[in-house]
Design a protein around this ligand. Structure first.
Ligand code: C5P
Length: 229
């Protein structure tokens, strides 16, 4: 009897924006020497492509076609956010704005867009393993993942972190406005009919409100250690 094909192991890290999942996922991927999928960057790129093409952000079929056809290219980087191109244009910085986040969350609420991006995300599951960061990695995209983490933090703490991150980049932002945007986006992500932001039934939850990034990385890394082949 021939052995079953080996699939690369997956760790999913889901949670709302600002929960620290990007930094933590990347640190865990680096420590394990695995690949990293920033699925939010994919939705952000589709959001930017939709706004640039003048698409109606409520036109599900037009957005799904765009998600399938747009020439979006990703360069997976373990030490920084991924480099993303739309056609010939480098949109790595454009996808990080709050407007791109809002556009991403609107296109992401369309079931056909999510379906269109499923195969693109699953293609990242290659040896020696994958750490996937998003909202529905453990519930929809990689339901068979070996380890599922759901990361939370209070909205106020997430707004504070985002504010710090933006000011480090020299971008001025108003804290109460950031908090309002985070709450709006959370509500849309949690209440949408398709792939809402909920923990997988078999996910382990960490509340990072009062924990440092290093503490959370240490917890996830300890859980992940048995998966390293
Ligand atoms: O994680 P990030 O803030 O970059 O994601 C931007 C938006 O993309 C989220 O607010 C969410 O609406 C959407 N998203 C999603 N599913 C994912 C990743 C992101 O719906 N797996």
């Amino acid at each position: 009897m021939s052995p079953l094909p080996q699939t690369a192991p997956v760790i999913t890290i889901d949670g709302p924006s600002g929960s620290g999942k990007g930094t933590i996922s990347r640190a865990v991927a680096r420590a394990l020497g695995w690949h990293f999928l920033d699925s939010g960057a994919l939705y952000r790129a589709v959001g930017v492509a939709a706004v640039r093409s003048g698409a109606d952000l409520a036109d599900e079929q037009a957005l799904a076609r765009l998600a399938l056809d747009a020439d979006i290219r990703f360069e997976d980087r373990i030490d920084s956010e991924p480099h993303v191109w739309l056609g010939e244009g480098d949109i790595s910085a454009d996808i990080r704005t709050e407007e791109a986040g809002q556009a991403a969350s609107k296109v992401a609420a369309q079931p056909a867009v999510r379906a269109a991006l499923l195969a693109k995300q699953r293609a990242f599951q290659v040896a020696p393993g994958l750490v996937a960061d998003g909202r529905d990695m453990g519930t929809i995209v990689f339901p068979e993942a070996e380890l599922k983490v759901f990361l939370t933090a209070s909205a106020a703490e997430r707004a504070r972190r985002r504010h710090k991150q933006l000011s480090e980049k020299g971008i001025t932002a108003i804290l109460p406005a950031l908090l309002r945007e985070i709450e709006e986006r959370d509500l849309r992500d949690r209440t949408r009919s398709v792939a809402p932001l909920v923990p997988a039934h078999d996910a382990r939850t960490i509340d990072s409100t009062t924990q440092s990034i290093d503490d959370v990385v240490a917890i996830v890394f300890a859980w992940a250690a048995p998966l390293k082949r």
